[in-house]
Design a protein around this ligand. Structure first.
Ligand code: GRF
Length: 187
């Protein structure tokens, strides 16, 4: 069985979707969820789903090797960032070369970079009067939202769509595609 570790900072609907998908899989399972936010809803989801979860602070993450050592012990085949808001340290990326992926709720290189997360992204899409948006699954490198693209899926944006409408469309695309792409990468 392949081993999936997820990093999340907030609600964790993608983390939950991945956990449920791999509950019924012979290929892989989600063995651990890590968060920088001790109040994140993802921790409640993990409790309900019986998945090990830990929270950490900046010292553990990037000023020491504590999180690195947790990852080394977990021996993940893939590290999935699902709504994780801190920049990944280079020394961790180096250890897990080409094994760290992220999902971004827009069609990169559009609407990426620092500060572009959650509703900020959908706000920018509506504000710019885009006619389409989508999701991007990509490898993580030392810059925000700049690693090689693995997969994109698109949806239309209607002139009448509110920011919330766009968020809902993106959510559906994420639920549909993210587990399938992670599964494909593991095979
Ligand atoms: C998703 O839209 C994801 O693309 C982005 O952050 C959001 C996380 O949502 N990176 P959730 O915590 O999985 O519900």
């Amino acid at each position: 069985m392949k081993r999936v570790v997820i990093f999340a900072s907030g609600s964790g609907s993608n983390a939950e979707n991945l956990i449920k998908f791999f509950h019924n899989s012979d290929t892989a399972s989600v063995i651990q969820v890590l968060t920088n936010n001790p109040h994140a809803k993802v921790l409640d989801r993990c409790k309900k789903l019986n998945v090990s979860a830990l929270s950490f602070n900046r010292i553990a993450f990037s000023k020491s090797e504590d999180v690195l050592n947790i990852l080394k012990a977990a021996q993940p085949d893939i590290i999935v960032l699902a709504g994780f808001l801190w920049k990944f340290p280079e020394f961790i990326l180096k250890e897990f070369n080409n094994k760290v992926i992220n999902i971004h709720p827009a069609l990169l290189p559009k609407h990426g970079g620092k500060g572009m997360f959650g509703m900020n992204v959908h706000n920018a899409v509506v504000h710019n009067k885009e006619t389409e948006t989508g999701i991007t699954i990509h490898y993580v490198n030392e810059n925000y939202d700049e690693g090689a693209v693995i997969f994109q899926a698109k949806c239309s944006v209607l002139p009448t769509d509110s920011v919330e409408d766009v968020a809902e469309k993106i959510h559906l695309l994420e639920m549909e595609h993210f587990p399938l792409i992670v599964n494909k990468l593991l095979k």
